[in-house]
Write a protein that binds this ligand. Structure first.
Ligand code: 13P
Length: 328
């Protein structure tokens, strides 16, 4: 999963999230258009140069191309590992306003077995950590870490690599120091809990947020500070024996997510390989180019390849903003 210069595309939007993204570019919110959109992504020429994996959502893992080739096979035949998002989203916890628990543990062992048969090598589970003056609470961070540990242990029983994702949300007016404090604590709790429940850390990939000020903060964090705060946090909280760390984009613009990855990578080797696993920061420009039209497919695929190449270069510390012009 962790290959130098490659990342993992998170194409695992749930049906409702994918529908919102289609509606935003005036595409019909139908199962067929969701399938056609994923086909644009997965059949794009050259993506295997920059991707080691793709994360699916349940329905898209069962979809096929127009020619009837199942999507997981399309990717696997190009050396890209299929993965699957297995959580069933988040729900409110009335006693803890603003905080959420992630659902989906019931029947997970059976679903995991089925996903393994459909071709999944790894699975993803997302918990959210909202920052406000009253959140997150220690209690809910512990609860989500226990749920993540149970999920990771089921994955490992089924021979699937767990990707654990405690997403510290960017929403809010907090500064970068508060983001660092919360992310460090959330990761420390998570790894202590994974150890306690005997999850094999040598076979766990961490998907994490970068450490930066909230989207409503007066001062947005420049890339060098994002790199400092993020690497300090990871070194404080992440055991050195996990095999890799990938970043989510969390609402950053595509360029900003690339610049921040570049800033992290330019600090040189870390105890773990680090790369990207973006959804929005890769797919937004692709969707905006495609707009549901067959005549735009080739250009949308070029936009995808360009964004992947930029992030690949950034993961190697070789990205420069002038390279963005290559596409035009
Ligand atoms: P974003 O890059 O859009 O944050 O999505 C990544 C992801 O996998 C969220 O669960």
């Amino acid at each position: 999963m962790m290959q130098k210069g490659k990342g993992i595309l998170a194409a695992d939007e749930s049906v409702s999230t994918m529908n919102e993204r289609l509606a935003a570019v005036l595409v019909d919110e139908t199962a067929e258009m969701r399938r056609v959109y994923r086909q644009v992504l997965f059949t794009a020429p050259g993506i295997e140069k920059y991707l080691s994996g793709v994360i699916f959502y349940d329905a898209s893992m069962r979809n096929s191309t127009d020619d009837g080739v199942p999507f997981p096979d399309v990717l696997a035949s190009r050396g890209i590992m299929p993965g699957i998002k297995v959580d069933k989203g988040t729900v409110d916890i009335p006693e803890f306003p603003g905080e959420k628990a992630t659902q989906g543990l019931d029947d997970l062992d059976e679903r995991m077995w089925e996903y393994a048969n459909l071709g999944a090598y790894f699975a993803k589970w997302r918990a959210v950590v909202p920052i406000s003056s009253t959140t997150p609470s220690e209690a809910v961070m512990v609860m989500n870490a226990m749920i993540l540990a149970r999920y990771a242990s089921i994955c490992q029983q089924e021979g699937i690599v767990p990707m654990v994702e405690p997403e510290v949300l960017m929403h809010g007016d907090h500064d970068v120091n508060r983001s660092e404090e919360v992310t460090t604590r959330a990761l420390q709790i998570l790894f202590a809990t994974l150890r306690e429940y005997k999850v094999d850390l040598k076979a766990v990939v961490l998907k994490t947020s970068m450490v930066l000020a909230g989207d409503g903060a007066k001062r947005q964090t420049p890339p060098e500070e994002v790199a400092d705060a993020t690497l300090r946090t990871l070194r404080m909280a992440v055991p050195y024996d996990i095999p890799g760390i990938v970043f989510l984009s969390g609402g950053q613009t595509p360029i900003r997510a690339t610049e921040n990855l570049q800033a992290v990578a330019s600090r040189g080797a870390q105890p773990w390989p680090i790369t990207f696993s973006y959804s929005r920061a890769i797919e937004e420009p692709v969707l905006a180019t495609w707009k549901g039209k067959q005549e735009n497919v080739a250009q949308a695929q070029k936009v995808l390849l360009h964004r992947l190449k930029m992030n690949s270069l950034a993961s190697l510390g070789k990205y420069e903003s002038k390279m963005e012009k290559e596409l035009s």
